[in-house]
Ligand binder design. Structure first.
Ligand code: HMG
Ligand code: MG
Length: 308
């Protein structure tokens, strides 16, 4: 199969990237990160999560971050700014802050579902149905996630049929896009292609996205393998930040800079400007007092750029 001509990159750095950070990142820095990502030309930036602040303290300023971004420099810009909503309580708070797109997140493994959102997979889907209905009534787009689509930190390898069944339910419920999460980054091109074959049999591939954590350094290979199967939407995280507090040992998503380098090398259009992305990467890494994890950042900026 030929590779896609255009790929949509969804930067999940402000949410997935920061949720695992122990040090408190200020609201102003979060807002500036989102603005820098928007300015780089990204078509979608996941801004924050309307989850319990007891479960994920770093996301406690969710409403302020979203409100400030929506009223800020890029107000009215044609960019998707989804936020995570685990239940109606989170959805209502997101809507009150101005959300125009939300993301619901299920899992393909029971243990992870319990650890992450404190309920079974079936209960979570029951909980998401009113969220999707309420969103539809307000013309708010809903994205879906299937975590542990490849493997679970508590249960090991996950049967692609299980992941496909959850992806199908999210799609049939009304998610316009379902992102398949390799939460712990154990996937390889072979296991990812098996997953995609199962999922694409029940959800059209143009409504599926890949969300690859890079724990084993396989994310770029997995994205290339996914594009060979027709996938054209990928989540990534600026500077390679991230991980899930409820997936021990998992590292961040593939770095957005590295994904962009791959796509540029394949002449695949994204609309994203590398220099601005590298600036955004240095910006957030500097605020976290470390260097970006991105290999491309190191190659292009690492020699001369000290941590700010
Ligand atoms: P729970 O304790 O079962 O909730 O948590 P509850 O309904 O029993 O309520 C308990 C308390 O939480 C109450 O407060 C509620 O008001 C409050 P209290 O009366 O005790 O003071 N509460 C909330 N507060 C704020 N926002 C809300 C909310 N809901 C209830 N939305 C819950 C259930 C889902 C809330 C919790 O488990 C939670 O917040 N989990 C989120 C965990 C999380 O954010 N994980 C990381 C994101 S997922 C991820 O990273 C994977 C992904 O990247 C894809 C991949 O890589 O695979 C997406
Ligand atoms: Mg993730």
């Amino acid at each position: 199969m030929t590779l896609p001509k255009r790929v949509k990159i969804v930067d999940v750095g402000p949410r997935d990237g920061l949720q695992n950070e122990r040090q408190r990142v200020s609201t102003a820095v979060k807002v500036e990160l989102v603005e820098r990502l928007i300015d780089s030309g990204l078509p979608a930036v996941e801004v924050t999560a309307f989850v319990s602040p007891r479960w994920v303290p770093q996301m406690a300023d969710n409403a302020e971050v979203l409100r400030t971004v929506l009223a800020g420099r890029y107000a009215g810009r044609d960019v998707s700014l989804p936020v995570l909503t685990p239940n109606l309580q989170g959805f209502d708070a997101a809507v009150a802050a101005g959300a125009q797109e939300v993301a619901i997140f299920a899992a393909a493994s029971e243990s992870f579902s319990q650890k992450n959102i404190n309920c079974s997979i079936a209960e979570s889907l029951k909980r998401f149905a009113p969220v999707v209905d309420a969103a539809s009534a307000l013309d708010i787009k809903v994205r879906g996630y299937v975590s542990c689509a490849v493997a679970c930190p508590y249960e090991g390898a996950v049967d692609p049929a299980h992941s496909a069944a959850v992806a199908r339910q999210l799609y049939e419920m009304g998610c316009y896009e379902v992102s398949l999460g390799d939460t712990i980054g154990t996937g390889t091109p072979a296991s990812v292609q098996r997953l995609l074959a199962a999922c694409a049999a029940v959800v059209p591939i143009e409504h599926l996205a890949g969300h690859f954590h890079d724990t084993y350094g396989m994310a770029i290979a997995n994205i290339h393998a996914s594009m060979q199967m027709g996938m054209a939407v990928f989540d990534s995280s600026i500077a390679g930040l991230g991980g899930c507090p409820y997936a021990p040992g998992a590292s961040g998503n593939v770095a957005t800079e590295d994904l962009l380098y791959l796509l540029q090398g394949l002449s695949i259009d994204t609309g994203v400007v590398m220099d601005k992305l590298l600036d955004a990467s240095a910006f957030i890494a500097g605020h976290l007092s470390r260097r970006p994890l991105s290999k491309v950042w190191h190659a292009l900026r690492g020699q001369c750029a000290a941590v700010q």
